[in-house]
Design a protein around this ligand. Sequence first.
Ligand code: UDX
Length: 463
Amino acid sequence: MEQSRVGVVGTGYVGLATGACLAYVGHEVTCLDNDHERVVDLSEGKVPFYEPGLEELVARSAGRLRFAGSETLDEVVRGTDVLFMAVGTPQGGDGSADLTNVADVARAIGRALAGSTPREHPLVVVNKSTVPVGSAYYVSTLVGDGIEEAGGEGAEFRVASNPEFLREGSAVHDSLFPDRVVVGTDSREALDTLRTLYAPIVEQSFPTEWDPRPKVTVPFVTTDLASAEMIKYAANAFLATKISFINEVANLCELVGADVSEVAYGVGLDDRIGSRFLSAGLGWGGSCFPKDVAALRATAREYEHETPLLDAATAVNERQRRKVIHKLQRDLHSLKGKRVALLGLSFKPNTDDLRGAPSLTIADALHSLGARVVGYDPVASKAAAQLAPELQTVFDPYEALRGTHAAVVVTEWEEVRGLDPKRAASLMRDPKLIVDGRNALDASACREAGLLYRGFGRGHDSV
Ligand code: UDX
């Protein structure tokens, strides 16, 4: 394979997974971050957040992967063919994406380019951060501003959009075995450079025992900048809407006595629909779906365009968290003084990420109603205790259950799915209520053990 020299600015789960993956498949990669402590950890092979397999991928790529502070950006710009921007684009107050980090990095790249010697090939600046549709032109302008600020003449660069489709908890798998690689650019040189860069991924020609499935080539989708950015938003907004759809159906199931798990199975067998992302319950959280759906709605508002479908998907999702409180009140009545356990705190299993996690909004609501809340999570308990100091957190699910009137399954960790209902019942106090926010438990086993089971859309088991 033809080795590329790659720079990545930002070592969050997207930047680090991207950098480590490209190094693993054979490229020379330098990852930069302005968090000095994080750079030191990473240089020692320590990944400062929970992401299964990422630490191993970094270790296996050690020969071609290095970490440095953002102060070395000038050197990196001079010595690389491709420079990824993978910095956070958090949700602003009005729902739009906050591009401050992207703007700072783009300008800094411009300043570094201005000071560099003439290049054989233009530097390809690749936006990996999720940015509002049409932002790549904004990035190009900012890089140009940086060049101008530094008084440099036409330093050669091109811009491309290369959206990420990584799921937290599966970032390594999704990097090495993506469903597709999407590149948006109007530059032939940028396209050729990125086609060379992604060749090992597209051809699946790298050595790995990670995935025993037969190697299939990965579609390399090339399009314009705006379409590439829209692919990212549309994909996330669709997945979020699909989840809100099954939650709408779950709520109807509770009215008619149907079981949404059975309904989702029957519906999902239609290969135009598919069975994934049809699990009803507390709905979507995380750092992407809420932010991306809000950003798409905010973009539409800029054009005074309405988005009734996305508005409704958001409203349904917000209502699901409130339904937990209603289900608790239905069986416990006043929550004042009642002890409630939250089983699982992270926004989904196999991550320690609490961004957009239903657990925090549910804990807040319970505290405001006078309940006493204890939270359990296999990896996120410590982070949750820092974020919500009034939340008592424990590291054992049965300790969380001890003496509680009710428990809520918030995150379907294996450790939660595998709870022994009889042992749970022996620890809890009447009415031994289990509100299964992820329909993750065996309803009949829970009821046989003496638990009062309430699911989401599980027919008569819910109401
Ligand atoms: C998502 C997209 O899947 C990924 O492609 C994109 O790059 C980033 O955003 P992520 O946010 O890590 O990834 O998690 P994901 O596994 O998609 O789940 C998102 C949320 O939906 C979680 O809160 C999860 O609990 C919820 N969910 C998922 C459901 O409620 N029901 C489902 O059936 C699936």
